[in-house]
Design a protein around this ligand. Structure first.
Ligand SMILES: *[C@@H]1O[C@H](CO)[C@@H](O)[C@H](O)[C@H]1NC(C)=O
Ligand SMILES: *[C@@H]1O[C@H](CO)[C@@H](O)[C@H](O)[C@H]1NC(C)=O
Ligand SMILES: *[C@@H]1O[C@H](CO)[C@@H](O)[C@H](O)[C@H]1NC(C)=O
Length: 390
């Protein structure tokens, strides 16, 4: 989900989305490249990697690169990965498919093929490729974790992977309600987990709710060990209007953690429904999230300007705020807001026109047996300024 510039432009185009229904995931609602393309004919979208300088050059706490060779070995080697990572962690993402008679009318546009490596994808396949790449990264960096795909019981998603489970939840997954439904699905999911826990106490799994256009590049299980007190964790950035990103929510799997996270999300849902329904297509959840947090009397929004994690009680929940720079790092989208990549980056979020880069990065990592995650991060750092064709 985008937090930074560009979304306003997209909001104006929302009605156009209805003309382009196809398989769609939450991530695609945020920015349909085709729409952007129509809107901004002058912006060239590339069908191959385009490299620029690696931002953050000379900064001590930022990744330094020579070509796509990382000068700082920040992450473990792809081949020497720690097979214990991810134990007791479940990733949860919402993904659904749509069928509509209108689809056949726009078949030609939705079947436009793009190629990444030696594979060719139509629109539907691209969306699934992003989901599969999301899963692949998790298999490498947190191999013991599982992935749960919350979805409309009516949709069939052809994903057959180890440790991946489709988790149907009844709801209204129409495009204009998807962000609202996403929070509802999270809440229903947490309710069910709470119930399961009361039946089988002692079996704890932590949950990390994410968009599916993210690459997990380090062990996220560590946050539950480093910060023992939080119930749920959110990612923040220094952005006045949208300081919180809804694309990453971690929930401690204890009874208290699940219950408090559920109550917190119910409040977000309530604020969303009562204040931000007009923005319900995509931004409502982030606006509601920020509203719930900022309306808390003791909350000091100045803390969003520093890149330090902090904890705060919001309502009954202890909320851990983690900097986007490390836990939700986005390839650069505009000049001025980009200062390179922290050495400890853990999640890369391929928002907007960066989905191709997500797939290209995965291919790069697999291209040679000795590929290092840190080298792949250099590839992302150098090519993330480019807008791609999907
Ligand atoms: C990262 O690599 C650069 C270039 O080799 C080096 O100067 C810098 O000290 C390294 N940073 C850290 C934190 O090790
Ligand atoms: C595509 O490339 C991969 C890796 O180089 C190779 O394993 C695979 O067989 C290729 N597929 C096709 C259809 O050429
Ligand atoms: C969508 O359409 C395809 C092809 O017509 C069909 O196989 C599939 O079952 C439909 N899915 C839903 C959810 O209606």
């Amino acid at each position: 989900m985008r937090v930074c510039s560009g979304w306003r432009r997209f909001l104006l185009l929302l009605p156009v989305i209805f003309l382009f229904p196809h398989i769609i995931s939450v991530l695609e609602l945020h920015k349909d490249p085709k729409l952007e393309h129509r809107h901004q004919r002058q912006t060239k979208k590339f069908d191959h990697l385009v490299f620029g300088p690696a931002a953050g050059e000379g900064l001590l706490d930022r990744l330094q690169c020579q070509g796509t060779k990382a000068l700082n070995k920040t992450h473990f080697s792809f081949s020497l990965r720690n097979s214990k990572f991810g134990n007791g962690i479940s990733f949860v993402t919402v993904f659904t498919t749509y069928n509509s008679t209108v689809d056949s009318l726009v078949k030609s546009s939705s079947n436009e093929q793009v190629s990444v490596g030696n594979k060719s994808y139509n629109k539907v396949e691209r969306s699934l490729a992003v989901l599969n790449t999301f899963i692949s990264f998790i298999e490498v960096t947190m191999p013991q974790s599982s992935v749960l795909i919350l979805t409309d019981p009516a949709s069939t998603i052809p994903v057959h992977r180890n440790r991946v489970t489709l988790y149907p939840i009844q709801g209204e997954y129409s495009r204009d309600k998807l962000m609202l439904q996403r929070i509802r699905s999270y809440i229903v999911f947490l309710e069910q987990k709470l119930e399961e826990q009361s039946q089988f106490p002692g079996q704890i799994s932590h949950y990390i709710f994410t968009d599916s256009d993210v690459a997990v590049v380090d062990d996220l299980g560590q946050i539950f060990k480093d910060y023992l007190l939080f119930d749920l964790a959110l990612t923040f950035r220094n952005n006045k209007e949208q300081p919180l990103n809804s694309g990453f929510i971690a929930v401690r799997g204890s009874q208290d953690g699940i219950r408090r996270a559920k109550v917190f999300l119910q409040e977000v849902l309530q604020v969303y429904s009562s204040k931000y329904m007009k923005a319900s297509r995509m931004l409502g959840d982030q606006l509601a999230l920020a509203w719930v947090v900022k309306s808390h009397p003791s909350f000091n929004t100045k803390r969003f300007t520093r890149q330090q994690p902090f904890e705060e009680k919001i309502g009954g929940a202890s909320v851990l705020f983690l900097p986007c720079a490390t836990y939700n790092w986005t390839p650069p989208e505009g000049a001025g807001q980009f200062h390179g990549m922290p050495l400890d980056v853990k999640v890369v979020h391929f928002k907007g026109s960066r989905k191709r880069l997500m797939l290209e990065s995965w291919n790069f990592l697999n291209s040679t047996p000795s590929s290092q995650l840190s080298d792949m991060l250099c590839l992302i750092l150098k090519s993330g300024r480019t807008k791609y064709d999907f």
